[in-house]
Design a protein around this ligand. Structure first.
Ligand code: ATP
Ligand code: MG
Length: 358
């Protein structure tokens, strides 16, 4: 039997960080052998909040970095199809055909879209409101069964599911209903402790950071602001330093002892942070080795180009099937037959067409 299919991806707005890893990349690595996997570099989705020519000029470089990040994280290049969204223009036709299956008010109720507009300091563009519909088209273009994403993305996949149910009910059972694959850490907080870790908020530790950069970023992390001396009892719950230890540490006994000493004012921030930097650098070390291995001129570009061709062909086939299911193929065929009749005289099929418009 054919393998089930998954699709995920990221906007080329910067390098991948620890939040991407725990939110989605880890699942992508884990599932790559069980699913036919597609990774989209969602550059058209980038336009929803950033459309300056200078941003667009960086897509190729950022796409390269993102794919390299994924390979460094353990994605095997022969298991996964990487592709560029803007290289598959047919996905817009699919998105257009899906647009009547969701209401504006449904999209306006999605909190993450409002947050994205607010963070980018812009009024809601139509493209941002329609973000989940284009994402639905990405997912359906390859008939994905599963979508491993972080928590901020669950509500978009829910829209895809609703659209898919409506499509199948109205036009025939064309698509599988895609499922979210949630992670153990659905949202990783940023180093500032204020918001989720995000490329756009300058609160990230990147998978490509050097050991020295990781130490520097950890040293300046937000902890418990009330704790101005090491002998003041500190708060562990919600403290990003301990959240990172929970997400990336392996030595539970040491972490529990640190939490206990922190809560009772028996350890300084510097000791906890140095321990965290060691944990993160231990976690990133094998990624650094794989990154060096895959960082060859032209290799990633070739993967992306080949993947884009493949997805384009699949999307064209999907659009053909969708047009057929919706009845557009029939409309065109009837027009063609009637136009031909003008040239050649009536055929038995024409008389049928007039008797019973299908
Ligand atoms: P931007 O700031 O440009 O929106 P981002 O860092 O939020 O970038 P996206 O490209 O929007 O990254 O997200 C890609 C994927 O990574 C999505 O599945 C998203 O849910 C997941 N993700 C991003 N940040 C986190 C995080 N801090 N914790 C868990 N998952 C995350
Ligand atoms: Mg985001």
């Amino acid at each position: 039997m054919a393998q089930p299919c998954l699709l995920t991806g990221d906007r080329p707005t910067g390098k991948l960080h620890l939040g991407h890893y725990v939110g989605t990349l880890q699942n992508r690595v884990r599932l790559q052998h069980d699913y036919e996997s597609f990774f989209i570099v969602a550059d058209i989705h980038m336009l929803t909040t950033r459309n300056a020519p200078a941003e667009i000029a960086q897509i190729d470089q950022r796409a390269r970095e993102m794919v390299l990040d994924a390979l460094a994280a353990g994605i095997e290049p022969d298991r996964v199809t990487f592709y560029l969204q803007s290289g598959v223009p047919e996905v817009h036709e699919l998105a257009g055909l899906l647009q009547s299956l969701v209401t504006v008010s449904r999209l306006q109720r999605i909190p993450t879209l409002k947050e994205m507009a607010r963070d980018a300091d812009i009024e809601m563009p139509l493209a941002l409101l329609a973000y989940p519909v284009l994402q639905a088209a990405d997912i359906l273009s390859v008939r994905a069964n599963a979508v491993p994403v972080g928590k901020d993305n669950y509500s978009y996949v829910e829209v895809t599911r609703e659209i898919t149910h409506r499509f199948n009910a109205r036009y025939g059972d064309v698509f599988p209903i895609p499922e979210v694959i949630a992670s153990e850490t659905p949202t990783l907080i940023g180093t500032n402790g204020q918001a989720k870790m995000s490329k756009s908020l300058n609160n990230a530790i990147y998978l490509s950071d050097s050991a020295a950069e990781v130490r520097r970023r950890v040293r300046s992390m937000y902890t418990d602001p009330a704790r101005i001396r090491a002998d003041i009892p500190g708060t562990v719950a919600g403290n990003p330093v301990f959240q990172y230890l929970d997400a990336f540490g392996t030595d539970r006994a040491t972490i529990d002892a640190l939490k206990e000493r922190y809560a009772t004012g028996r350890v300084g921030d510097v000791e906890v942070k140095d321990y965290l930097a060691g944990v993160l650098n231990g976690f990133l070390a094998p990624m650094r080795a794989r990154r060096a291995h895959f960082d060859q001129p032209g290799l990633i570009e070739e993967l992306l180009l080949m993947g884009t061709e493949r997805v384009r062909a699949e999307t064209q086939a999907t659009v053909r099937e969708v047009r057929q299911a919706m009845g557009f193929t029939g409309v065109r065929n009837r027009l063609r037959r009637r136009a031909e009749r003008r040239m050649t005289g009536p055929s038995p099929q024409d008389q049928e067409d007039h008797a019973a418009p299908a």
